[in-house]
Design a protein around this ligand. Structure first.
Ligand SMILES: Cc1ncc(COP(=O)(O)O)c(C=O)c1O
Length: 220
């Protein structure tokens, strides 16, 4: 059997394209702003993370042009090795001050943030509990981590309790407001549930990604 047979024999996408329902790789014919030109029509963009249209703000564009003139078009290496420039350091220092924290670390995407943070903090003796419909980056981060992943049904406190009753809860991941279903779940309820199921070692950390900004909330 050819390794690529399953790719050659995959026709579902073509069928969906024929039905006019294929949602991916839509082409923007200009700046991806709060509105975009798509198929020649001005269209409101509600799928981007450019909520305020800052990517087209004259000052932001001017700063980007100056940066390209000074640094070129890429960092040519990983942040760990030769890829850190003074702009990264300045950004991280300013973000840390803004968040009133000792330090900050910038990732290039939300996906890599979740992969990096989760796989780093969940050690091999830890258990991580995640809503099963959390963003793929959270679940992938949990899978990459050496610890054990347990999943509960979406926003289902009883299912979460079933898990909490028998284990030592370490971290609960719930997308809450960032959730794709649009349902806003109170994180107070999650923490309450964690404490009820586990009064001694209660939820230490709740990661709340709110529309591309991940907040780490620590409860003591
Ligand atoms: C809650 C959440 N986490 C992670 C991501 C991934 O972010 P990115 O597209 O920057 O990789 C998204 C993207 O929509 C998201 O909504």
């Amino acid at each position: 059997m050819d390794l690529f047979d399953k790719a050659y024999n995959f026709h579902e996408a073509e069928k969906v394209i024929e039905l006019g329902l294929y949602p991916y790789f839509r082409v923007n014919e200009g700046a991806v702003d709060t509105t975009v030109i798509m198929n020649g029509r001005k269209t409101v963009m509600i799928g981007s993370n450019n909520y305020l249209g800052l990517t087209s703000h004259p000052e932001v564009k001017e700063a980007a042009i100056k940066a390209v003139e000074k640094y070129g078009t890429g960092c040519t290496g990983s942040r760990f090795l030769n890829g850190t420039i003074d702009l990264h350091v300045e950004l991280e220092e300013r973000l840390a001050r803004f968040m009133k924290k000792e330090a900050s670390l910038v990732f290039t995407t939300g996906f890599t943030t979740n992969l990096g943070v989760i796989s780093t903090i969940v050690g091999k003796n830890d258990i991580v509990i995640s809503d099963r419909t959390n963003h793929a980056s959270i679940l992938d981060g949990c899978r990459m981590a050496l610890g054990k992943l347990l999943k509960f049904r979406h926003n289902d406190m009883e299912d979460l309790e079933r898990i909490l009753i028998n284990i030592q809860v370490i971290i609960i991941f719930s997308e809450l407001i960032g959730d794709f279903s649009g349902i806003i779940q109170s994180h107070v309820e999650f923490v309450g549930q964690a404490e009820a199921g586990h009064p001694d070692v209660f939820a230490e950390l709740l990661v709340v990604p709110v529309n591309h900004i991940n907040f780490l909330l620590t409860f003591f």
